[in-house]
Write a protein that binds this ligand. Structure first.
Ligand code: NDP
Length: 314
């Protein structure tokens, strides 16, 4: 296995990773950034980003990430394709294995690996993966033009995906397990006023069926305390939007995480309990999970890395 020594290793290419790259690049730390499983991160699978400051008309998620990448390249950041598959943070320099074939020894590590979409855990989700089951409306919505789809979840993501799909499909069911939506009021209003969206409150999905791909879902409607009604809905596509799991598994042996897996940092800083190792963006943020907050924490992590290197004469 080959080994390479770097001063600053950034893992992940969402807003946190790229912002850390821009700052560490400008500070001449010669950062190396590995893009990870989903280059550009979660924003590349969203549609319009309307709340990133500086874009009065909004900007496409992929476009925003392309711009951040170009900005990082301008400062000489070495951006590479690859996934961190193993980590040894027991002593400095820290050893991160890339694609199980190369070890990067890094004086500082910025973990910005983000979070991944969650599934309900039904066998049928696996059975119909790529055959009607998706966790990304913007990636797969195109295949459901003039068809009927269901979106599971009651948060902002679910509402956003339902609205996006309503622009393509002829009908969208929004399957919500509680009697209310958790999403922000503006998203709720948009969902409730969209004639193509039917919200199924207090419903759970227990299975999917179909010969060659999804043709329907078995749902259960809760009726009062003890009663429930089981029935089927005919759908061609089943979209999950029930939140995310932080991508922290390979670091858990060395870092503290909460029960969900979010990396715990010192107060409002991106410092982890290992000196020189920082966590930025969604992997360490159970609360805000916004592109702008991820970018901000990437900036903080970069400044911390710079200080750490200079304080330790590295
Ligand atoms: P959230 O955690 O906010 O919502 C998850 C939703 O999925 C909840 O309604 C939850 O139900 C439901 N859910 C979770 N597990 C299950 C399950 N097993 N079965 C059925 N339903 C389930 O996640 P989001 O991805 O929607 O949002 C994450 C963050 O990103 C939030 O802070 C959100 O505001 C933000 N965001 C902002 C956007 C914007 O401003 N444009 C766009 C998208 C996201 P329950 O309510 O019962 O827990």
């Amino acid at each position: 296995m080959t080994t390479e020594r770097v001063r600053c290793l950034i893992i992940g290419s969402g807003p946190a990773g790229y912002t850390a790259a821009i700052y560490t690049g400008r500070a001449n730390l010669s950062p190396v950034l590995y893009e990870g499983l989903q280059p550009g991160g979660q924003l590349t699978i969203t549609t319009e980003v309307e709340n990133f400051p500086g874009y009065p008309e909004g900007i496409g998620g992929t476009e925003l990430m392309d711009d951040l990448r170009k900005q990082a390249e301008r400062f000489g950041v070495d951006i590479r394709t690859g996934i961190a598959t193993k980590a040894d943070l027991s002593q400095a320099p820290y050893k991160i294995t890339i694609d199980d074939e190369k070890i990067i020894e890094a004086d500082t590590v910025i973990i910005s690996t983000g979070a991944t979409a969650k599934y309900l855990g039904l066998e049928d989700e696996k059975k119909y993966a790529g055959m009607g089951v998706s966790a990304c409306a913007t990636c797969d919505g195109f295949f459901y033009r003039k068809k009927t789809v269901a979106v599971v979840g009651g948060g902002d993501t679910a509402c956003e995906e339902a609205i996006y799909l309503a622009g393509l499909a002829s009908k969208v069911y929004l399957i919500v397990r509680k009697p209310f939506l958790r999403a922000s009021q503006i998203m709720q209003d948009r969902v409730m006023s969209n004639p193509k969206i039917e919200v199924l409150f207090e419903h759970n999905t227990v299975g999917l069926f179909g010969e060659n791909g999804v043709e329907g879902a078995h749902v259960v409607k809760r009726m009062g305390e003890a009663d429930e009604e089981r029935y089927d809905i005919a759908i061609d596509g089943f979209f999950l939007a029930i939140g995310h799991k932080p991508n922290s598994d390979i670091f858990k042996e060395y870092l503290d995480t909460d029960e969900v897996g979010y990396i715990l940092t010192e107060g409002a800083t991106p410092r982890t309990k290992v000196p020189g190792v920082f966590a930025a963006g969604d992997v360490a943020d159970p609360h805000y999970r916004q592109a702008i907050t991820a970018a901000a924490s990437g900036c903080k992590a970069a400044i911390e890395a710079e200080r750490y290197l200079s304080e330790n004469n590295l």
